[in-house]
Design a protein around this ligand. Structure first.
Ligand code: KIV
Length: 261
C-alpha cells in the first residue's frame, strides 16, 4: 500500500522514525522503493548530483517534471514529493499554484516541497493547500538562497536566527504543510521545533530528535565528489564503479570479452 501524508503524521504520534531519501531516476526510484524508504524526494539537489551544476538555481520546472516522472514509474509504495525549482513559485501564490499543478498533473507525485517560511511562503503554502495540493516546507539552510546566505552554512546559530526559524516552522504548520524539512540547524533548535509541531519534521544535519531523516542519496552511496559534513557514507560507489569500468575496458582491449559463449 502506498504511504500517505496521513500515515506520516501517525508515525510521528507513534514515535516511528520516517525514512526519506532523494531520487532522480527510474533505477533509484525502484531500488529505494523496494528497500523500504518511506518518502522519495525528487529534490532539486539533482541539479548538482545528477546534472553537474554548481548549485540548484539553473533548474527549470520541466527538468523537475522529467525526473519526477521517472522516479514515479519506479515508486510503488513510497510517497513521492517533488521540489518546486527556483523562481517557479516565489513570484506569487498563483505562480506557485500553476507550477505545483503542472507537477501533480504530469508526474504522479503526491506532494510538492518549497523553501522558505514566514511570512511569504506561509501564505503561498496555504494557497496551495486550500486548493488540494499537499506541501512539504523547508526551513533552516535553504539552498535556493545560497547567495543570500553566503554559502551552505549552518543556520540558526544566534538566538534571533533561531527564533526566526521556529516562527517559520510554526507558520508553515499553521498554513497547512504536511511536514517540514529542517536543514543544517542546531540539534537543540530542531528538537524544540519537533516538540512544538504536530506535523513531522524531517531533519538533514539537524540532529536525532527530528521525526524523520533525509539525506541526498548520492552522498550516502559515495557517488558525489563532495559530501556535506553531516552526511554518512554507506558505500564507496564511485571507486567501485571505477574498478568495474576499468576491468571491463581491460577485458575489451585484451579481447577477453565477449567470450565464445
Ligand atoms: O534538494 C534536496 O535534495 C533537498 C534535501 C536536501 C532536503 O531539498
Amino acid at each position: 500500500m502506498k504511504v500517505t501524508i496521513q500515515q506520516l503524521k501517525q508515525w510521528k504520534q507513534q514515535g516511528r522514525p520516517i525514512t526519506v531519501l532523494t531520487a532522480w531516476d527510474y533505477a533509484l526510484g525502484t531500488i529505494l522503493d523496494q528497500s523500504g524508504v518511506d518518502v522519495l524526494l525528487v529534490g532539486d539537489s539533482l541539479a548538482m548530483v545528477a546534472l553537474g551544476y554548481d548549485n540548484t538555481l539553473p533548474l527549470q520546472l520541466d527538468d523537475m517534471i522529467h525526473h519526477a516522472q521517472a522516479v514515479c514509474r519506479g515508486a510503488k509504495r513510497a510517497l513521492v514529493v517533488c521540489d518546486l525549482p527556483f523562481l517557479s513559485y516565489q513570484s506569487s501564490p498563483q505562480q506557485a499554484l500553476e507550477s505545483a499543478g503542472q507537477i501533480l498533473k504530469r508526474t504522479g507525485v503526491q506532494g510538492v516541497k518549497l523553501e522558505g517560511g514566514y511570512p511569504d511562503m506561509a501564505e503561498t503554502v496555504n494557497f496551495l493547500v486550500m486548493r488540494g495540493i499537499p506541501v512539504m516546507g523547508h526551513v533552516g539552510l535553504t539552498p535556493q538562497s545560497v547567495h543570500q546566505l553566503g554559502g551552505y552554512r549552518r543556520q540558526g546559530r544566534s538566538a534571533a536566527q533561531a527564533a526566526e526559524i521556529l516562527q517559520a516552522a510554526l507558520s508553515l504548520e499553521q498554513a497547512g504543510a504536511f511536514a517540514i524539512v529542517l536543514e543544517h540547524i542546531p540539534a537543540d533548535l530542531a528538537a524544540t521545533i519537533t516538540q512544538k509541531l504536530s506535523i513531522p519534521t524531517i531533519g538533514i544535519g539537524a540532529g536525532l530528535a527530528c521525526d524523520g531523516q533525509v539525506l541526498v542519496t548520492a552522498d550516502i552511496l559515495g557517488l558525489s565528489d563532495w559530501q556535506p559534513p553531516f552526511a554518512k557514507v554507506y558505500l564507496e560507489m564511485r571507486s567501485q564503479i571505477t574498478d568495474a569500468v576499468e576491468r571491463y575496458c581491460a577485458d575489451v582491449k585484451q579481447r577477453r570479452f565477449p567470450t565464445q559463449e
